[in-house]
Design a protein around this ligand. Structure first.
Ligand code: GLN
Length: 447
C-alpha cells in the first residue's frame, strides 16, 4: 500500500532520493514469515519506514542529497537504522534533504526540491523535508530524520506531523554523516505521539561505536503515553512570542496551551533571555564543525572525483568545487574563517561561551518548569523559491529551534492547527535533559 501511494503522489511531492521497491517487497515477505512464526512481536514489525539520506544504509545509495556522494553505497548500517530493522521495520527508501542537512527548506538538494504535500506551491521545511513530507503524504508510516538546529522539528511543523529531537547522546550517531557533531541527533518523524514514542524506544540505546552516546537509566518511552498533565508546570517564554512571529501561529499555539491548562497544567509566562544570541552562536559553531567534518570529501575516499585534473591539489579543488552546492560552500568558508588563527577567539570561542550561557538560561528555567512551550518556527511553510536568495533571512527563521541543540535538550513538535491557507502549524515543547517522557505525556494528553 505504501508503494502504491508512492506511485500515486511521488511525482508531485518528491520525498525520496532512492526508492528500494524490490528489496522492500522481499523484506516484507521475510518479515511476515517471522511475524507468523512469532519471532517478531514488537510494534514496528512489518512497518514500512523511510530513512533520511544522511544515514548510512548497507548496499543502498546514501547521498546526503549532494552530488559529491552521488555514487556512495555504504558497506554498513547506521546504528539507528539497524535497530529499526531488527525490530522488523521495512525500509522503503531514502528521503530527500537539504544538502548535508544545511538548510531549512529542502531546496538545497542536488536531486530537486521536495514539496509540501498540503500545498505543493510551498516547501516542506528542512532539512528533513523528505522524511516529513513522506509521512504527511502517507508514502511511509514513519521516518527517521536528523536535527542539528531544528531539522526534525521545523519540517514536522510545516508538514503537520510529530517530530522529536531527543536529548543529545540518546540515539547513536554511528553511521549518521556528520554535519555539526556536537549538535546532531537522530529522531523520529511520525503521524502521532504514540508512533513517535514507539520509534524512539526502538532507536534509543547506548552505543560504544559513538563516543558521545550516553548510557541512560531507562530507555522506556512508551509508558509515558498516559493522559495526565495535572500539576505539570509549563513556562511560556515571552521572548518566543514577540516580533516576527506570525499572528496565526501565535494564536494556534496559545490556544493549544489553553487546552493543556484546562486539563490541569499550570501555565506561567517568563523571560528566557539570550534568545537573540542563539542564531549567531549556532551558525558559528555548526559551520565550524561542518568545515572540519566535510574535509573528508576530497575525491579520494568517497564519492565524486572530477574527470580531469593536474596533480593532487588540483584534484581536491576541482572535485570539491564541482561536488558541493552553494550553501555547503558558504558554510565551509564561514566555518574555516571562524576557526582560523586570529579569528578563533573573536568568533568560535565567543560562540562556545554563548552556548554555555544559553544552557544556563535553560537550567534556570527548568528549576521552575517541567517544560517550555513555544512555536517551532515563526511562520508556516514559505512558498517554494522564496528562501534561498536571502540566506540570512533563512538562518533567522531557525530562532526557536537552534538553542535546543546548543543546550543538548529534547524537543518535540506537534501539530496544533492550520493557518488561513490550510498550512499546518506546529507547537514546540522543550524539556530538560532526559525529560522526553514528560514531553511525550503532555503531547499525548493534548492530542
Ligand atoms: N536550518 C539549520 C541549518 O541550516 C538546521 C539544519 C539542521 O538541523 N540540520 O543549519
Amino acid at each position: 500500500a505504501s508503494l502504491a501511494q508512492i506511485d500515486s503522489v511521488e511525482s508531485e511531492v518528491h520525498s525520496y532520493v532512492t526508492i528500494c521497491r524490490e528489496e522492500a517487497l522481499k523484506r516484507a515477505d521475510q518479515v511476515q514469515k517471522m511475524i507468523d512464526a512469532g519471532e517478531l512481536t514488537g510494534p514496528l514489525a512489518g512497518v514500512p519506514v523511510a530513512i533520511k539520506d544522511n544515514m548510512c544504509t548497507e548496499g543502498v545509495l546514501t547521498t546526503c542529497s549532494s552530488k559529491i556522494l552521488g555514487n556512495f553505497v555504504p558497506t554498513f548500517m547506521a546504528e539507528a537504522v539497524k535497530r529499526l530493522e531488527e525490530a522488523g521495520a521495512v525500509i522503503l527508501g531514502k528521503t530527500n534533504m537539504d544538502e548535508f542537512a544545511m538548510g531549512s527548506t529542502t531546496e538545497t538538494s542536488y536531486y530537486g526540491v521536495t514539496k509540501n504535500p498540503w500545498n505543493t506551491a510551498h516547501v516542506p521545511g528542512g532539512s528533513s523535508g523528505g522524511s516529513c513530507a513522506a509521512v504527511a503524504a502517507e508514502e511511509c508510516f514513519c521516518a527517521l530524520g536528523s536535527d542539528t538546529g531544528g531539522s526534525i522539528r521545523q519540517p514536522s511543523a510545516f508538514c503537520g506531523v510529530v517530530g522529536m529531537k531527543p536529548t543529545y547522546g540518546t540515539v547513536s550517531r554511528y553511521g549518521l554523516i556528520a554535519y555539526g557533531s556536537s549538535l546532531d541527533q537522530i529522531g523520529p518523524v511520525a503521524k502521532d505521539v504514540t508512533d513517535c514514542a514507539a520509534i524512539l524506544e526502538t532507536i534509543a540505546a547506548h552505543d560504544e561505536k559513538d563516543s558521545t552516546s550516553i548510557g541512560r537509566d531507562s530507555y522506556d518511552f512508551t509508558s509515558a503515553l498516559v493522559e495526565d498533565v495535572k500539576g505539570m508546570k509549563i513556562g511560556i517564554p515571552r521572548d518566543y512570542f514577540g516580533e516576527g512571529l506570525d499572528p496565526e501561529v501565535k494564536e494556534a499555539i496559545l490556544k493549544a496551551v489553553k487546552v493543556l491548562e484546562e486539563k490541569g497544567a499550570v501555565v506561567e509566562e517568563f523571560d528566557l533571555s539570550l534568545v537573540e544570541y542563539a542564531i549567531p552562536a549556532y551558525y558559528v559553531i555548526a559551520s565550524a564543525e561542518a568545515s572540519s567534518n566535510l574535509s573528508r570529501f576530497d575525491g579520494v575516499k568517497y564519492g565524486y572525483r572530477t574527470a580531469e585534473y593536474e596533480g593532487l591539489h588540483n584534484m581536491y579543488k576541482k572535485s570539491r568545487s564541482e561536488g558541493f552546492g552553494a550553501e555547503v560552500k558558504r558554510r565551509i568558508m564561514l566555518g574555516s574563517f571562524v576557526l582560523s588563527s586570529g579569528y578563533y577567539d573573536a568568533y568560535y570561542l565567543k560562540a562556545l561561551r554563548t552556548k554555555a550561557l544559553i544552557k544556563k538560561a535553560f537550567d534556570r528555567a527548568f528549576e521552575k518548569y517541567d517544560m517550555i512551550i513555544g512555536p517551532a518556527a515563526p511562520t508556516t511553510a514559505p512558498e517554494l523559491g522564496k528562501s534561498l536568495s536571502d540566506p540570512m533571512k533563512m538562518y533567522l527563521s531557525d530562532v526557536y529551534t537552534v538553542s535546543v541543540n546548543l543546550a543538548g535538550l529534547p524537543g518535540i513538535s506537534i501539530p496544533v492547527g492550520r493557518d488561513s491557507k490550510g498550512l499546518p502549524i506546529g507547537m514546540q515543547m522543550i524539556g530538560d535533559c532526559y525529560q522526553e517522557k514528560k514531553l511525550l505525556q503532555a503531547a499525548y494528553t493534548y492530542e
